[in-house]
Design a protein around this ligand. Structure first.
Ligand SMILES: Cc1cc2nc3c(=O)[nH]c(=O)nc-3n(C[C@H](O)[C@H](O)[C@H](O)COP(=O)(O)OP(=O)(O)OC[C@H]3O[C@@H](n4cnc5c(N)ncnc54)[C@H](O)[C@@H]3O)c2cc1C
Length: 359
């Protein structure tokens, strides 16, 4: 029997961040995770944006979330020895004139003038369609989530912390000495970072989940030589276009609450490709390199779920990052890691035990 402190189940963005933070705080942690296939993290475009959608929504603590996100990705880069975060402006193309009013309201609500400037066409990358202008949002950028997941997995493997398996909640045994056992592992706690797996997890299925399947495409420009290719900046507006380090682009994303199956579909491919002429005046011919699909684990309503089970101290959660994992993940993982390793209290509005909005 191997005695350890914490077992983490799942290694998408949530499990990757939590495992790295726990290890960094000296916690004896192991991660039970199958490969990245089918995870939301592997399908995501990786945009770290302060505001999203035509209502320019932003979570509470925006400034703190952005600061924690940037510093987390930068310190992971140092530990893992790879590039993960590219700070860069995000051009939000207005889809209707009414968005100007929304931007003004958000600018009044948040001291966010720095993050959400008024719409302009100045500096807009060439060829981008913006009949109503675009806001050049600051403070975010692009997180290479696929790289992050892969490098953390390799790092955990090299450190002897990775168990290549799936942790079935039903197989967990509660010992009389106050520990939990799974296979030959005896731990003080198990933290589920199982993404959409939580919808059927007997411990956590009582939470108000909302399923949202999503797809994205990796595309490559096939513009003839001398002709403009795809833009070198992140463009969002209905759909998003993200330049990647290897010269390809990620085009995303679809939202589908009705279907349970989550694999690349022809319908999503058509929907995404049809968006290109709405984003760009004269889009170049493109080749689809790969389709990606995943289920966003959305908490509905409210912020992500962190903390220990209301009825059992041995079972915990970090989940519900929804469509904003890059922004929400680092702050929530930090709070939970500090709670586990240092005994710091969780903020009441984030703690799954104390939240008043839950059943
Ligand atoms: C198409 C698409 C585009 C997106 N674009 C963006 C974007 O641009 N910016 C952004 O911030 N967010 C984006 N998101 C959302 C983002 O992907 C999620 O917020 C985030 O990745 C969720 O991470 P997670 O670790 O909670 O879940 P996941 O990444 O799904 O990871 C959960 C992991 O747990 C594993 N697992 C499940 N059950 C078990 C078990 N019992 N034992 C062990 N392992 C288990 C799964 O196999 C999986 O690997 C996008 C999502 C999609 C689908």
């Amino acid at each position: 029997m191997n005695q350890i402190d914490t077992l983490v189940a799942g290694q998408g963005l949530a499990g990757s961040l939590l495992a790295m933070m726990l290890a960094d705080r000296g916690v004896d942690v192991r991660v039970v995770a199958p490969g990245p296939e089918g995870s939301a993290t592997a399908a995501a475009a990786g945009i770290l944006s302060p505001f999203t959608g035509p209502r320019y929504q932003a979570p509470a603590r925006l400034g703190e979330l952005l600061t924690t996100a940037r510093s987390t990705y930068q310190s992971l880069e140092a530990i893992l020895g790879c590039s993960l975060f590219t700070p860069q402006p995000i051009w939000r193309v207005l889809q209707a004139p009414e968005e100007i009013g929304q931007i003004k309201r958000r600018q009044d609500q948040h001291p966010a003038g720095d993050y959400l400037p008024s719409p302009t066409r100045e500096g807009l990358p060439e060829g981008v369609m913006a009949p109503y202008g675009a806001s050049c949002m600051h403070g975010g950028g692009h997180v290479a989530l696929g790289q992050l997941q892969e490098h953390v997995r390799r790092h955990l493997h090299a450190a002897g912390r990775l168990i290549d398996d799936t942790l079935a909640p039903e197989a967990v045994v509660f010992e009389t000495d106050g520990t939990v056992r799974w296979q030959q592992w005896r731990a003080r706690r198990i933290i589920f970072c199982d993404g959409a797996g939580a919808f059927g997890n007997p411990w956590w299925r009582y939470l108000p989940w909302r399923r949202s399947c999503g797809e994205s495409l990796t595309i490559a420009s096939e513009a003839p030589q001398g002709q403009p290719g795809l833009p070198g900046a992140i463009i969002t507006g209905g759909k998003s276009l993200v330049p990647l380090d290897d010269g390809t682009h990620r085009l995303g994303a679809t939202y589908d609450r009705d279907h349970a199956a989550c694999h690349p579909t022809e319908a999503a491919r058509q929907e995404l490709l049809a968006a290109l002429p709405r984003l760009l005046q004269d889009p170049p011919p493109v080749r689809v390199v790969r389709g990606h699909a995943g289920v966003r684990p959305c908490s509905h309503p409210g912020p992500p779920f962190i903390g220990m089970h209301p009825e059992d101290d041995h079972i915990g959660i970090l989940n519900g990052l929804g469509s904003r994992g890059t922004l929400l993940g680092p702050w929530h993982a930090t709070r939970l890691a500090d709670h586990i390793a240092l005994g710091r209290p969780l903020p009441a509005d984030a703690d799954v035990r104390q939240r008043r909005d839950l059943p």
